[in-house]
Design a protein around this ligand. Structure first.
Ligand code: AMP
Ligand code: MG
Length: 408
């Protein structure tokens, strides 16, 4: 019997994944989904100058103490992009537009709506606090401050910041190269005719798409028969000739008469820390490593059924990629929701079950989805996520809390 490890234990083996050092420059608008290779340090104060946040009047608040009534004389108009050097006497103010540089002695801006303007003078209808409506120099970010740390998974929300720092390009980790070998005598490609006993190789395309969504690079290492030599050659090509960081082998990872992944890995002297995992779907998952030219390659033998492959990629391969990039936030986020139906299972493995998720009054409700097992790609397509039914649990009652994650 092949030893079966629990989910957490299998995940732990991926702590041995080493971070790559190679990086490349990409245009900032192309950087979403990539991982920052160096800390980003601010070369300026932000804002760069005291900036008006409103259209209004700028004045020195302390002047009010020396004035009989809150009526200022308007000395100048300051527009955004046109900083002015001006001298102001007590009781003098400037008309200023949003984004304009608040001139030296002024420390407060009152918006037009709270002012009454007449004959070159303005009466304040409200006395604000000092610094009101002013974005102060350096209040968002100081020169020399680390603003984004190495390992940050970049997304559109970071791009304003990079652009404002004057960065046209940003240094990101190179893409992780992932090769895919599809195995199975029964597999036919998308455009081939499908006959009884055959099945379309769908998992390959799903994996391509999962890798692309992760912003990494995929290589088709071909579809091979359930044949030891063919699998060996494809694996050698993947890890040696094409220098992939990770190779995924779909199908043949179990103990059937025609399952060769384990045999091939042993023959190639791979280390095989995980031979089977107590999860459903995905039990016949193999995690192995091979040393090629001083580099550690990771090989995942995954069951070929669509839901299994999807799940194993989502939970394990993503984790390996994340570690290689020294990043976080690429793997599914486990959340909590309330079951909307009863669920029964054997006390055998940790189950990941496709489900619908509706948020009601702020609470995620886990809803039933007809699911006929790991070959059922229609449920996968309809699912919002997977909920978890723990290994030792036999029954989950409607209303109980469970863990789940969203999928895409
Ligand atoms: P295996 O993992 O080889 O034991 O295969 C398990 C089931 O998944 C079998 O019914 C296979 O026909 C099916 N299968 C294997 N590889 C793929 C694939 N690439 N695409 C779709 N189904 C597959
Ligand atoms: Mg097979």
């Amino acid at each position: 019997m092949v030893e079966m490890v629990d989910f957490d234990e299998a995940l732990k083996t991926l702590n041995g994944v080493l971070e790559i050092e190679e990086s490349e420059e990409v245009e900032i608008e192309e950087s979403s989904g990539r991982v920052l290779a160096k800390d980003v340090v601010s070369n300026y104060d932000f804002p760069l100058y005291n900036r008006s946040a409103m259209d209004g009047f700028a004045f020195r608040l302390a002047d009010l103490e020396k004035m009989n009534e809150p009526v200022f004389k308007i000395k100048e108009v300051i527009l955004a992009g046109h900083p002015e050097k001006i001298e102001l006497d007590v009781g003098e103010c400037v008309r200023i537009m949003t984004g304009g540089k608040v001139p030296e002695p002024c420390d407060t801006v009152l918006e037009f709506e709270k002012c009454e303007e007449r004959d070159g003078k303005v009466k304040l209808l409200k006395v604000p606090k000092k610094f009101y409506n002013i974005a102060l120099k350096g209040e968002d970010l100081k020169k020399g401050e680390v603003t984004l740390t190495k390992g940050t998974l970049l997304s559109p929300k970071h791009v304003n910041l990079l652009a404002s720092l004057g960065m046209k390009k940003v240094n990101v980790k190179r893409k992780i190269k992932i090769g895919i070998i599809s195995t199975g005598d029964e597999l036919v490609d998308i455009t081939e005719e499908i006959k009884e006993g055959k099945i379309r190789n769908s998992s390959k395309y799903a994996l391509f798409s999962q890798i692309k969504a992760l912003n990494q690079e995929y290589f088709d290492l071909g579809t091979v028969k359930d044949d030891e030599e063919e699998i060996t050659n494809a694996l050698k090509k993947g890890v040696e000739d094409l220098d992939n960081d990770i190779v995924l082998i779909t199908g043949g990872s179990s103990m059937g008469d025609k399952d060769f992944t384990m045999k091939v890995l042993k023959k190639m002297n791979a280390e095989i820390p995980v031979k089977k995992i107590a999860i459903k779907p995905g039990r016949p998952t193999i995690i192995a490593t091979m040393e090629v030219d001083g580099k550690k390659k990771w090989i995942f033998g995954m069951p070929g059924n669509p839901v299994s492959t999807y799940n194993v990629f989502n939970l394990f391969v993503k984790k390996a990629v994340e570690k290689m990039l020294g990043a976080s936030g690429m793997t599914p986020k486990f959340l909590r929701g309330i079951m909307d139906f009863d669920f029964k299972k054997k006390k055998d493995r940790l189950h990941f079950v496709p489900c619908k998720v509706e948020v009601e009054n702020g609470v995620p409700r886990i809803q039933f989805l007809n699911y006929n097992g790991s070959g059922d790609f229609t449920s996968l397509a309809k699912a919002d996520g997977f909920f978890l039914a723990q290994k030792d649990v036999e029954f989950i009652q409607k209303g109980e809390e469970v863990e789940f994650f969203f999928i895409s």
